[in-house]
Each structure stands twice: as C-alpha cells, then as structure tokens.
Design a protein around this ligand. Structure first.
Ligand code: FES
Ligand SMILES: [Fe+2]
Length: 373
C-alpha cells in the first residue's frame, strides 16, 4: 500500500480540479488600456488562443488567434484599416472572421476564415463570450463593483496564479485563512455570521475580531480605528460578505450603519491549455473618505498592502496546485461547510471532465479518500 494507491477521488465525487470553467458566460480577457488603437494583443481563454484587434476605427473584436492558412498567431499581425493581416503571407481578416484578402489570389477564390468570439468593452475591460455565441445576447454582463460610481475610487489588479481557477474561489470564500496574513494584518479572527445560497450562488458573511497586534495603517485609514481593543466582546463593526455568483466573485464590506464602504469584483480566467494557470481580473472599489484627497494620499499604501496580501495567497494556492500535481488528484480534507457547498456549486455549474459522471457533493460530511489495497 502506498500513497500512489490512494484513490484519486471518492466514488461519486468529481475532482473539482478537473472541472473546466463554463464557457457560456462573459469573461474579461484584457484591460482596455492594454489594447491600443491599431494594435492586436494575444490572450488565452483556457485552450482557446484569442487575438484581440482594435482596428483603426470602430470597436475592438476577438478572433481565434490562429491564421486559417498555417495557424500562425494573428495577434502577431498588422492592423490595416478595419482588418488584421497575418504576419506571414498577409492574409487579411475582418471582424466577422472572414478572410477578405489573400494578396496573391483573386477575390473570387478566398478561403474560409477563422472563428470569432462575441466581444464587448465595458468598465475598462474587454470581455469575450467563449461558449455558444447564440447565448451571448441573452447572457448579461456582470455588475462591475463601483467602477462607474464617483463616490468610490477603483483599483484594477490582474495577478496571474499558477493554479486551477477553483483554488481562487475557495481562497477568498474561506476567511478562516487569516492566520496566513498575520504578518500583514496582525492577529484577526473571522467570525462566521451566516450564509445564503441558490443554484448558482453562495454567500458567506463574516465579521472580524482583532486578537492581538496593532491595526495596520492602510486598513485604519480606510476603515477608521476599529478592531483594536481585544478586550471587547464584539469589537468589529463591519460585515464582510463574500459571494460567488457563478462564475464571478465579489467581496463587499458594509459598515455598522449598513453602508457599503468597499466593493471587490473578481473573475478568475483560465489562461493555459492545461487549466493550471489563471489570470485574475479584479476591481477594488473603496468609498472616498469625507476629506477630499485623503484617498489619493493613501492609495499607494493600499496598493502595497493588498499586493502583499495577494502575494501570500498566490504562493499558498500554487502550493495547493503543486500537491495536486504530485498526488494526481484532490485528497484534501475539508471541514468548513461553506467551502464544501462552494465546491458543489463550482462542479454543478462547470463542465465536468469527460468520462466522469457529473456528481455533486450533497452531504455535509465529505468522505475521506479510500485506501486501495
Ligand atoms: S500563415 Fe497566415 S498568411 Fe500564411
Ligand atoms: Fe488571503
């Protein structure tokens, strides 16, 4: 009997790390500022290479990033007018994906073109719809934090993490991991307040109690001087609500009066063919304080603070992925009901691996991995 003989997943359970993200949603694939007028940019949505093209005039469009001729990336091509020309032999494609010119061929003999993806630009992000294009029209774009609300200042962030997208959903939803951030945030403990759930969403609410150390400066400037008296029973006034509404995730903080003071929106977009790399697109909106300009003063400190915290999360999620790679499957023992429900939601709404029946963890008690003799 050896570690290799432990079954890779309990019977009746789908290994979440093999569940592909459901392509029938709108996903951000680039920040608007990164796709300049008259330029192309190459991105990926999982197995799909995508060329984003911002023509000389008109809106950005998305094509399969493979020339129909010899599969060279179109994102290496040249924008001319409203089309993109492949860098190799100069075949040209318009926004419909049709090949509209082969420089050395007559117009009557043009070959087929390439696949296109529905594409929209909103809130400083370029979204594509990678799945069934007919569903794009009726599928709404997500609400993007407070990006268009002048009462808030919004920070964009897009770290890449070398792990399956589902680890990111779990990381944010499971606030019991504040121990990891003790050097950045001091000693705080999450208190679970309650939950809501439905077919495609789950929300967990927490408050935080400081159990030691000083409140970090960036946190104090934004939220005021809180959580710094460990002798109080309920020292925290804010409620933190984390919600996965498939496939998006939000974190909102309301103050003691119920007013929204922070609003985070994030999407985790697989950006490698093996599903083990994920690009986050995040918008962090912070309510502007009463004192004008204070937000601009503290903004760099907030950036450093959140980057440090995310860096700790990134390292830990990559270690989770490493363990999965070495064990060939998901063997972790989860005890927190919210995370179990989140996993079930991600399986239910995702694309199960081929040959494995779609199964949902319904029981509160998760089976331990079985030892196969
Ligand atoms: S490979 Fe693109 S034009 Fe030949
Ligand atoms: Fe974290």
């Amino acid at each position: 009997m050896s570690i290799a003989s432990i079954s890779s997943a309990s019977p009746g359970h789908t290994d979440l790390r093999r569940v592909d993200i459901n392509p029938d949603y709108w996903y951000p694939i680039a920040w608007s500022k990164d796709v300049k007028r008259g330029k192309t940019v190459g991105r990926r949505f999982g197995k799909h290479p995508i060329a984003l093209v911002r023509p000389e005039e008109g809106s950005v469009f998305a094509l399969e990033d493979r020339c129909a001729h010899r599969q060279v990336p179109l994102s290496l091509g040249k924008v001319s007018g409203e089309a993109v020309q492949c860098c190799y032999h100069g075949w040209a494609y318009g926004r419909s994906g049709r090949c509209i010119d082969v420089p050395y061929l007559g117009k009557g003999k043009l070959p087929n073109g390439v696949k296109t993806y529905p594409c929209r630009e909103v809130g400083g992000m370029i979204f594509i719809f990678p799945g069934d294009a007919e569903k794009a029209e009726t599928t709404p774009l997500p609400k993007l934090a407070q990006v268009s609300n002048p009462a808030f200042k919004t920070r964009l962030f897009s770290p890449q993490v070398k792990c399956h997208y589902t680890f990111l959903h779990e990381n944010l939803m499971d606030m019991n991991h504040q121990f990891l951030h003790r050097r950045q945030m001091g000693q705080i403990r999450a208190r679970f307040l309650g939950q809501d759930e439905g077919e495609n969403f789950i929300e967990a609410r927490y408050s935080f109690a400081r159990t030691g150390n000083q409140q970090p400066l960036a946190e104090r400037l934004i939220f005021g001087k809180h959580h710094d008296d460990p002798t109080r029973e309920q020292p925290v006034e804010e409620v933190v609500s984390i919600r996965t509404t498939y496939p998006y995730q939000t974190l909102q903080i309301h103050d003691k009066d119920g007013d929204l003071i922070m609003d985070l929106f994030s999407v985790y977009v697989p950006n490698s063919a093996d599903g083990k790399s994920t690009q986050t697109f995040g918008l962090l909106s912070v309510l502007r304080p009463q004192t004008p300009f204070l937000i601009d003063l503290i903004w760099p400190a907030l950036g450093v603070f959140t980057n440090r915290i995310f860096e700790e999360d990134r390292q830990i999620m990559e270690l989770e992925q490493k363990a999965w790679n070495e064990l060939g499957g998901d063997h972790n023992v989860e005890v927190f009901p919210i995370v179990k429900k989140l996993r079930a939601l991600l399986v239910r709404n995702g694309v199960p691996p081929e040959g494995v029946p779609e199964a949902v963890e319904k029981n509160e008690e998760q089976e331990r991995p079985r030892i196969v003799v």
